[in-house]
Design a protein around this ligand. Structure first.
Ligand SMILES: C[S@@+](CC[C@H](N)C(=O)[O-])C[C@H]1O[C@@H](n2cnc3c(N)ncnc32)[C@H](O)[C@@H]1O
Length: 285
């Protein structure tokens, strides 16, 4: 999309930079596989101090400890980490002796994981793959999907993924995930900025960041309108479904999972009535 047409400003196109999109209106550009953004993303994953792309190192340590304990992960088990990023969770899971595979769309993250995690005699492997297209049957004892990624899928893809995970797990296999809840309160704001090269591009750009809320179903949307000096505008949208406890339990049940335990998060902290995240351990029935 270009906001300059025949030397004139296209105000209709420009309006899109600030307007609320339709629910699940797709982005004009993909961002996981843009080479510049992929590099920035990997840097964010590997920064132990910040909660962006991956959680902080302290949180990852607490979450992996909890997931290993609550699933009884051991050297007789096969584990798949969906959307594994650079493999920070896979690395910890592999220390149990389990056979662990990490899958992710991002070539850059998978390349990093192969170089840095898949070393020594750990039983780990990494695969660049869209988890919505995976085709495993009766293979895994545990599947994990961490950092609220389930909430970022649209309704059809949530169903598709649950179907694929169910098929990939052995009978009684466990699915561990975290989701945002209906109590999540993001700041519904709009701001504009100029960056002389930054996260979204190494070239100068103007950016409008907006947050919008939808109800029924409750979904928050973060929109980034990025305009470069040629007038090209990219609209990147990230939607997060915010679940009530009943909604996520019903959705999992509809796809053949029994929710075994719900926590405040994947550190295993006890559930509070107004928690803004849930850590869920479900099993295939
Ligand atoms: C927020 S990051 C979390 C990474 C990792 N779980 C962690 O917590 O360190 C989400 C990851 O999911 C991956 N991803 C998103 N959609 C995917 C899909 N359909 N198939 C495979 N990977 C996907 C992204 O490339 C990214 O690495």
């Amino acid at each position: 999309m270009n906001i300059i047409e025949n030397g004139k400003m296209n105000f209709e196109a420009l309006k899109k930079a600030t307007e609320k999109p339709e629910l699940y209106e797709i982005s004009t550009h993909k961002f996981w596989d843009d080479p510049h953004i992929a590099k920035q993303m990997l840097r964010a994953h590997l920064n132990p101090e910040i909660d962006a792309a991956s959680k902080t190192r302290t949180t990852i340590d607490l979450e992996t400890k909890f997931i290993i304990k609550s699933t009884g992960m051991n050297n007789n088990m096969s584990v798949i980490d969906l959307g594994c990023g650079p493999g920070l969770y896979v690395d910890e899971f592999a220390r149990t002796g389990a056979n662990v595979i990490g899958v992710d769309l991002s070539a850059n993250s998978i390349e990093y994981a192969k170089r840095n995690i898949q070393i020594g005699n750990k039983k780990v492997s990494f695969c660049e793959m869209n988890y919505l297209d995976m085709d495993y049957e009766d293979v895994f004892d545990v599947a994990t999907l961490i950092y609220y990624d389930f909430c970022a899928l649209n309704i059809q893809d949530q169903s598709r993924l649950l179907h694929k995970v169910h098929k990939a797990l052995k009978q009684g296999g466990q699915f561990v995930l975290d989701v945002f809840t209906e109590y999540q309160q993001s700041d519904m704001s709009q701001s504009v900025d100029f960056e002389n090269g930054g996260f979204w591009s190494n070239q100068p750009y103007w950016i409008c960041k907006s947050a919008f809320m939808f109800s029924e179903p409750k979904v928050e949307c973060f929109q980034y309108a990025i305009i470069d000096e040629t007038g090209t505008m990219k609209l990147i949208r990230v939607f997060h479904r915010l679940f009530s406890l009943n909604e996520i339990q019903d959705l999992l049940a509809k796809h053949g999972f029994k929710v075994e335990k719900v926590f405040n998060n994947l550190k295993g902290q006890p559930l509070e009535s107004d928690s803004n995240t849930y850590g869920i351990v479900a099993s295939k029935i």
